[in-house]
Design a protein around this ligand. Structure first.
Ligand code: PEP
Length: 231
């Protein structure tokens, strides 16, 4: 299983270091087959080491240059960052990233050899139209994406389940992941209100290869509860 924590606009450099120190104490006992990723905010990126991978929640598809407020490869290289989230619904919806731009980012970071966690997800309006509409909508989010790239993971995150406390049902996750697996031969994470109370059920779904977690990753103890959940 993959366990990825997305801090979004939470935590500072100081609190991230504290978090990672605590995480490291416990991760020595983790299942060697599990992989852990942490995505802190950009100002908290540092040279951390441990049994996990640090990635960024965003970067601009450029080496360096005149892109006010953005960071490129030059800044990521300083911290040896080689992992990035692309296509998160908050960037698509709030920051206005189009599928075209998301695909451009994907192609750039693919060329740079990054490991990409590629997020897709549907709104409640689409979900209410039924499974076929959901799949059609999700597949459109692979437009312009080289799904043969061997260093990317898909994160299926229904927008209506993100930060709402309402996770998709086991049946919805299973059906959607199974349909996606017919299109992409890559690991698929589920994201959307994953927490201590539902991790065992979600992790038991065959087509779930891991979880991308927002809220429940913010406290190290609740993130560890996911990593060390009982089956
Ligand atoms: C996310 O935004 O990636 C996410 C899954 O958030 P939450 O776990 O808070 O629903």
């Amino acid at each position: 299983m993959i366990y990825a924590g997305n801090f979004k606009t939470n935590h500072t450099r100081f609190s991230t270091r504290e978090y990672i120190n605590k995480l490291n104490l416990k991760l020595k006992d983790k299942n060697p087959e599990d992989k852990i990723y942490i995505f802190p905010p950009l100002t908290a990126i540092d040279n951390y080491s441990g049994n996990f991978t640090i990635g960024v929640q965003n970067a601009y598809p450029i080496q360096n240059g005149a892109f006010t407020g953005e960071v490129g490869i030059e800044q990521l290289d300083e911290f040896n960052i080689k992992t990035i989230l692309i296509g998160h619904s908050e960037r698509r919806e709030i920051l206005g990233e189009s599928q075209e731009f998301v695909a451009k980012k994907f192609a750039f970071f693919q060329k740079m050899g990054f490991e990409i966690i590629y997020c897709i997800g549907e709104s409640l309006e689409i979900r209410e139209q039924g499974e076929d509409a959901v799949i059609e909508y999700l597949l459109a989010q692979f437009e312009g994406i080289d799904t043969d790239y061997n260093n990317f993971v898909v994160a299926y995150e229904p927008i209506w389940a993100i930060g709402t406390g309402r996770s998709a049902t086991t049946k919805e996750i299973e059906q959607t992941h199974n349909a996606l697996k017919k299109r992409v031969n890559r690991p698929i994470l589920y994201g959307g209100s994953v927490k201590g109370e539902n991790i065992a059920e979600i992790a038991s779904i065959d087509s779930v290869d891991g979880v991308l977690v927002g809220g429940a990753s913010l406290k190290v103890d609740s993130f560890l509860e996911l990593v060390f959940h009982q089956k």
